[in-house]
Design a binder for this molecule. Structure first.
Ligand code: SF4
Length: 100
């Protein structure tokens, strides 16, 4: 199935970070501080809707629609290519290194 940005539409999306590849530059936390935050280990993590840092490997958090552009730009500009944005419904990546 093609997973273009347009196909993503207004479908619910979620985002997760592969910390193994994170460089810790903090670009994502600058673009979307409500979604991304650097922990004391110097790596970026996603945050839950109630602002809790999610540190389990592969932990995903919903992308708030008003922040979609910021999250998408974070994935595009992430130097580690490690921000993955996918559809909630079928887990197909729409922005990030594994997007088609
Ligand atoms: S932009 Fe990417 S590499 Fe940089 S801190 Fe965020 S997740 Fe890590």
């Amino acid at each position: 199935m093609a997973a273009t940005a347009q196909a993503a539409g207004a479908e619910p999306l979620e985002v997760w970070i592969d910390q193994d590849l994170c460089t810790g530059d903090g670009i994502c936390a600058q673009y979307a501080p409500d979604v991304f935050e650097l922990d004391i280990d110097g790596l970026a993590y996603v945050k839950s809707a109630d602002d809790e840092l999610l540190q389990d490997p592969g932990a995903a958090t919903p992308v708030p629609l008003p922040l979609l552009t910021d999250v998408r730009d974070s994935a595009k500009d992430c130097p580690g290519d490690c921000i993955h944005v996918r559809r909630v419904s079928d887990k197909v990546e729409v922005y990030g290194p594994d997007a088609e």
